[in-house]
Ligand binder design. Structure first.
Ligand code: 5CA
Ligand code: ZN
Length: 409
């Protein structure tokens, strides 16, 4: 699949800083020191509805990770998937009486537009589940042949007991895993499974549903977790730097994905850090396509809201926190954008060298965006109150805010 166009990332004077980031697996901060090419996999959308603020907040977090790396003069190898065949997509297509392929194409196109408007850096490899199927089938065959997967009435399940490290991404109790498995696409109650938590790798063709040739597996379609593993291993290999997504992906998705990859390769861990963004809510509930309590990026754009303000609204929260979208959040962001734009529109101002360092420090500190925004606020306030004689300062502020925060002033 094609991704979306990249906005340019200006180079900044001085030296970027290594990222210290919270890793779900170890429960603490890790300092990431990738080689010259940093490798990141971020789980993509299931395209049955438009991009809401929760998605945008999660992609914003991983966009910042990349901006910190780019500031250290590293290259970034970024891979993202599109879950363009899965139960929720098929169910929505049936509900709306439309073709599932058309639905996925339409919503993926809208997602690209939203990401472009928000200046999110595009992945180098943007891969759909359907196009990944030829790579998925041999992985499932390998797992089965190694005894890490088994058949149940034509479906193929992964055996979580095949990975000695299973459980080490989420560190959740068995009880919680069972509960979340039932809630998030698993089938812990199905009789005949070796372990109730075992997830499906390959679902045998069902009447009225799309299916593909699975060689020795028979006709069917891939499970959710193996989709991301196949794409990540194909394009990044084991031991990549960051596996990213929202906190609702910790279990089962990222736990199972890591176990699939570890059972396939015998290597551990799949990723050096498992990084998870908090959930954005509306009216006290997690914003979700299935609940329908959504604020869409595309709707705000259609209403004429500047995407830079949407981005500032996302940045005003710590990425790991759960937070609520309200009109006030957007209003504050619009006001801030106005103040910042007025401040950089002057021909000179107070020196911004210290500000660049403050931004770097804040972001390297587990993406502390509220502190980063406060630093720009202070420079803008000083500019408004006192001005200054540095004629390179407004340009430097614009470039730093663009390069490190993805906001075009
Ligand atoms: N296609 C799978 C991942 S392989 C999927 O979870 N798709 S999704 O469309 O449901 O979500 C896309 C990303 O947005 C995921 O990282 C998910 O964790 C994140 N996300 C979904 N809802 C929210 C929310 N309310 N707040 C923050 N992030 C969210
Ligand atoms: Zn995924």
């Amino acid at each position: 699949m094609h991704a979306w166009p990249a906005s340019e990332v200006p180079a900044l004077p001085g030296k970027g800083r290594d990222l210290r980031i919270h890793d779900t697996a170890t429960g603490g901060r890790v300092t990431l020191a990738p080689g010259p090419v940093a490798r990141i996999y971020v789980c993509g959308i299931t395209p049955y509805d438009a991009t809401h603020m929760g998605h945008a907040a999660t992609y914003n977090a991983f966009d910042l990770v990349q901006r910190v790396w780019l500031d250290t003069k590293r290259q970034v190898h970024y891979v993202q998937n599109v879950t363009d065949v899965d139960d929720p997509l098929l169910e929505r297509a049936i509900r709306d009486g439309i073709d599932w392929v058309g639905l996925a194409e339409r919503e993926t196109a809208l997602f690209r537009e939203d990401m472009t408007a928000l200046r999110m850096l595009p992945p180098q490899h943007y891969i759909g589940a359907v196009e990944a199927i030829p790579g998925i089938v041999p992985l499932v065959e390998r797992l089965r042949d190694a005894g890490a997967a088994y058949e149940l009435e034509g479906d193929i399940y992964f055996s979580v007991d095949a990975d000695p490290h299973f459980g080490q991404v989420s560190n959740y109790t068995n009880e919680l895993m069972r509960h979340l498995s039932a809630e998030r696409g698993g089938d812990p109650e199905r009789p005949g499974k070796k372990n109730p938590l075992d997830p499906m790798l390959w679902m045998a063709a069902r009447e009225g549903e799309p299916s593909w040739d699975g060689a020795s597996l028979g006709a069917g379609r891939p499970g959710w977790h193996i989709e991301c593993v196949a794409i990540a291993l194909d394009h990044l290999g084991m031991g990549f730097d960051v596996q990213g997504g929202g906190s609702d992906l910790i279990f089962p998705h990222h736990e199972m994905g890591a176990s699939h990859a570890q059972a396939l390769t015998g290597e551990f861990p799949m990723a050096k850090a498992y990084v998870h963004a908090g959930m954005v809510g509306l009216d006290g509930e997690k914003m979700s396509k299935s609940r329908g309590n959504l604020v869409f990026v595309s709707k705000l754009r259609r209403d004429g809201v500047d995407p830079a303000a949407i981005r500032l609204a996302l940045l005003s929260h710590r990425y790991r926190d759960d937070w609520e979208w309200t009109d006030r959040v957007l209003q504050d962001a619009l006001e801030r954008l106005g103040r910042w734009r007025a401040a950089v529109s002057r021909p000179d101002g107070p020196s911004a060298d210290a500000l660049v360092e403050e931004l770097r420090e804040a972001l390297s500190d587990d993406l502390d965006t509220p502190t980063a925004l406060a630093a720009v606020d202070r420079w803008a306030a000083l500019q408004t109150a006192e001005g200054g004689a540095d004629d390179s300062a407004p340009g430097l502020v614009s470039r730093a805010v663009d390069a490190l925060l993805g906001v075009a002033l």
